[in-house]
Design a protein around this ligand. Structure first.
Ligand SMILES: CC1=C(CCC(=O)O)c2cc3nc(cc4[nH]c(cc5[nH]c(cc1n2)c(C)c5CCC(=O)O)c(CCC(=O)O)c4C)C(CCC(=O)O)=C3C
Ligand SMILES: [Fe+2]
Length: 358
């Protein structure tokens, strides 16, 4: 048994009004040289929705759902919620937890895959937030192939394919587009060079997509595509972009319909609402393709239950060979514990990718 005092639901954060948008974007891009015109472009996405990202409300709902699931299973662990880029910030939440006598936190990070954005940045922010405190933060493993994360997508693709078939589309004329956040190719490689050019990041996505397709739409061809690239246009990022992929599919006559599966994200936040529901759906329409967009896990009971299972496997020190995983890449190893500004190796082997991403 490993003792924890509380869970720290850890996420990206988002603006909640027009005045928040630019300070939020400055937080996100601090020191990373994102061109101003791109910042303005992103601000525009938020402005369109009143300056409000849905992500904070989705995390409040996830926190409530986790609390209900923990209570139903008689697990006495309070849930704190903190963000990297907007209030409640990690450093404030860590101070609040410490004041309440909660110093051994288990971080539940809302990133399913291995990348600097989803792993290294959180570790660095945990280090900053715990520096000079008595609080330590452990983190659950990347859960890309955990049944609780995969099941909602299997249901979503199954429903989308059924709805297209009901609309008269032949099952093998549906193309399933698994879409995730593009990252620089160098960052992808750094996420785990032992997995090939795309690193652990691409390998994990390919493995999960194949599991979902086999279960939900075995007759339909599929591909892995990317969204939301940003940064310097001269820097290579993972491709193809989903809009280019839709154009090429239509030009090649390879499909009558596309199913868009945003399996890089756990909730329908801004990047889903704007880049997919707005842009990619329009692109499909322009090319005369039927389109369905599959929901993200959100507060799906399988996802919420799966997160609690991921907490329990750490509390109970469940050995790797007994941990649920749906691909041959899993179960992904645990991380080093962050304590008082330092990373202390945990008992489990920490993969090289964790230390070297990006
Ligand atoms: C891999 C990945 C995830 C998934 C893993 C995870 O979930 O953590 C993710 C999630 C998210 N990204 C988000 C928002 C943004 N990401 C940006 C910028 C970037 N993301 C990157 C990668 C990722 N991002 C990268 C390589 C950049 C380039 C700049 C940099 O080197 O970091 C920018 C700056 C402007 C721009 O460049 O577009 C914004 C505003 C939101 C919140 C949405 C909302 O408000 O609802 C969420 C959940
Ligand atoms: Fe991002």
């Amino acid at each position: 048994m490993t003792h924890y005092d509380a869970i720290l639901l850890s996420s990206f954060g988002g603006p909640e009004g027009q005045d928040d948008v630019i300070p939020f974007l400055r937080n996100v891009t601090a020191g990373r040289g994102i061109p101003d015109d791109r910042l303005e472009e992103v601000a525009h996405h938020y402005r369109h929705f009143g300056g409000v990202s849905p992500i904070n409300e989705q995390n409040r709902q996830l926190k409530a759902a986790l609390e209900a699931e923990l209570a139903a299973r008689h697990i006495d662990l309070p849930v704190y919620w903190g963000n990297r880029n907007w209030a409640p910030y990690f450093r404030d939440v860590v101070a609040e937890a410490e004041a309440n006598g909660h110093t051994e936190l288990l971080g539940l990070v809302t990133s399913a895959y291995t990348s600097y954005s989803g792993v290294g940045q959180y570790r660095e922010d945990f280090e900053k937030a715990t520096a000079g405190t008595s609080v330590s933060i452990d983190r659950i493993r990347e859960f890309f192939d955990h049944p609780g994360f995969v099941q909602p997508f299997v249901e979503g693709v199954t429903d989308a394919a059924a709805s297209l078939v009901a609309a008269g589309v032949a099952p093998d004329r549906i193309h399933v587009l698994y879409v995730t956040h593009s990252i620089p190719t160098a960052a992808a490689l750094a996420s785990g060079p032992e997995f090939g050019d795309g690193g652990a990041y691409v390998a994990q996505h390919l493995a999960v997509a194949s599991v979902i397709s086999e279960a939900a739409a075995p007759a339909a061809p599929w591909s892995l595509v990317y969204q939301s690239r940003s940064g310097d246009p001269r820097t290579p990022w993972l491709e193809p972009d989903i809009n280019d992929a839709i154009g090429e599919l239509a030009a090649g006559g390879g499909a009558d319909a596309v199913v868009i599966v945003p399996f890089g994200f756990v909730s329908d936040h801004m990047e889903v609402m704007w880049d997919l529901d707005n842009e990619a759906v329009a692109t499909a329409g322009e090319h005369g393709l039927e389109v369905r967009r599959v929901p993200t896990p959100g507060v799906h009971p399988a996802f919420v239950g799966g997160l609690v299972d991921l907490v329990l496997e750490r509390v109970d020190d469940v050995p790797a060979d007994e941990r649920p995983h749906l691909t041959s890449l899993g179960p992904w190893p645990d991380h080093a514990r962050v304590t008082s500004g330092a990373v202390v190796p945990s008992d489990a082997a920490v993969p090289a990718v964790e230390a070297t991403t990006r």
